[in-house]
Design a protein around this ligand. Structure first.
Ligand SMILES: O=C(O)CCC(=O)C(=O)O
Ligand SMILES: [Fe+2]
Length: 331
């Protein structure tokens, strides 16, 4: 894994000011960053009024890295208070930053939430939590969070994943690997573009894991769309043992290639990593949690981009294990 620099988009002072003022206005009017119709509408209105310069910073991913880092937002380490012990006790911690992230998400597309995750919030808190150390979820710490497409089990998953950094004293890296950087034989690509195996709901969706109404649909790991290759990949939740030897071997080579091209992005406070969820799988290196109020703390938002054609049309028929994605209204 390399630590090659991710493409950085430095926000200018005017754009930072615009974002900050809009977030402060939303927070003053709503009194909270908790999800509500009025808050989402106000966010959409404010985002629609942003300058062309700020919109340009938020343009689609435009390199084969499949990601970029927005730099320049300010986070006051004292003012945000201690890192919450888990997402459910985060409450209003860093509420202004929740709204800044939501505003950026609304410029890039339509912010997305899940009824079944973090109580339907549009901005999630990612912090290491006692008892969850070895899970494959955002709350884990001591194990490698293996490279995955976010919410890979669902046809309504995000097109863009945003990770905004509040605190990261130990410089713990997010990992990212782009399908546009890998090399596979045509034969392997052929095998992996066939819908061979399902991707099951991850441990952040306990309701979906109990879904038994219909069989899990097999989905392809790779898809060749007009603009190039995309992927849908989550080995931790893919029942590889049900595939034949040829498929398992090709899948193994895909995993190896993703590991080869993987980069480590260690976010600093105020930086926002934007990952194209159709091009890049992300994960996280293992670390030792502090549990002292100074732990690593990220805010996460998800975005749907209307009109994108980066996925197989057959996805539209998937049941999504009974989970519903909720899109924020447009302005
Ligand atoms: O903690 C990280 O860097 C990434 C965690 C993750 O996979 C996520 O928040 O979706
Ligand atoms: Fe993730």
């Amino acid at each position: 894994m390399s630590t090659a620099a991710a493409p950085v988009r430095q926000l200018d002072a005017h754009s930072v000011g615009e974002l900050h003022r809009a977030a402060a206005k939303v927070l003053a009017e709503c009194g909270t960053s908790a999800t509500s119709g009025p808050l989402l509408r106000l966010v959409a209105q404010q985002a629609a009024a942003f300058s062309d310069t700020l919109r340009h910073h938020c343009r689609p991913v435009d390199t084969a890295d499949g990601l970029f880092v927005l730099r320049g937002l300010e986070v006051d380490d004292a003012a945000i208070g201690p890192t919450p012990a888990d997402w459910s006790s985060a409450d209003g911690s860093g509420a202004l930053h929740d709204i800044e992230l939501l505003l950026l998400a609304a410029v890039m597309g339509r912010p997305l939430a899940w009824e079944g995750q973090q109580e339907g919030r549009f901005v999630h808190n990612i912090v290491p939590s006692p008892g969850h150390e070895t899970e494959q979820t955002g709350a884990s710490s001591t194990v490698l969070l293996s490279p995955h497409t976010e919410d890979a089990f669902h046809p309504g998953r995000a097109h863009l994943l945003m990770l905004g950094c509040m605190r990261n004293h130990d410089r713990i890296a997010t990992t990212a690997a782009s399908v546009r950087r890998i090399r596979l034989s045509d034969a392997d690509v052929d095998v992996l573009t066939r819908p061979a195996l399902p991707i099951l709901p991850d441990d952040a969706y306990t309701d979906a894991q109990g879904y038994a109404a219909e069989a899990p649909p097999p989905v392809p790991a790779l898809y060749a769309c007009d603009e190039g290759m995309t992927l849908r990949f989550d080995p931790a939740y893919t029942p590889l043992e049900n595939a034949d030897a040829e498929y398992r071997a090709a899948y193994g080579r895909l995993e190896e290639e993703l590991a080869r091209v993987s980069v480590a992005v260690s976010l600093a406070p105020g930086e926002v990593l934007v990952v194209d969820n159709d091009l890049v799988v992300h994960g996280r290196v293992p670390f030792v949690p502090r549990y002292d109020g100074a732990d690593r703390w990220l805010k996460r938002a998800s975005v749907r981009v209307p009109g994108r054609r980066t996925r197989p049309p057959a996805e539209a028929r998937e049941h999504g294990y009974g989970q519903a994605a909720v899109e924020a209204p447009a302005a």
